[in-house]
Design a protein. Structure first.
Length: 105
């Protein structure tokens, strides 16, 4: 299994990646980093752990919204829609890559 070095909120992580999965993991990392950066930039939350939890909740909520939406009703301007079906699997891979550490940040 290949390893990728990624950066989320200024912190570097080495993640395990199956061959051919680089693009999907990079997209997932970009979404997580974008969400966490937006929360930090809002200025109300400073602790990395809280930022990570809020970002995870926001992303999970977005996935849940799509799961209950009728087919064909996703917003046309949402360019990430094709990647959303893979995010759950990618999050599991990130968790596996982090191993027993148990801490994203």
């Amino acid at each position: 299994m290949k390893q990728l070095e990624v950066t989320i909120l200024g912190q570097v992580y080495v993640l395990a990646c199956p061959e051919g999965g680089e693009t999907l993991i990079a997209a997932a990392v970009a979404r997580v980093d974008q969400e966490m950066t937006a929360i930090r930039s809002a200025g109300k939350v400073k602790a990395r752990e809280r930022i990570a939890v809020l970002a995870a909740l926001n992303l999970a909520y977005q996935l849940a919204e799509r799961a209950v939406a009728p087919p064909g009703t996703s917003p046309a301007n949402d360019r990430s829609a094709p990647l959303d079906s893979h995010i759950d699997a990618l999050i599991r891979r990130v968790d596996d890559a982090l191993g027993d550490d148990g801490q994203l940040l």
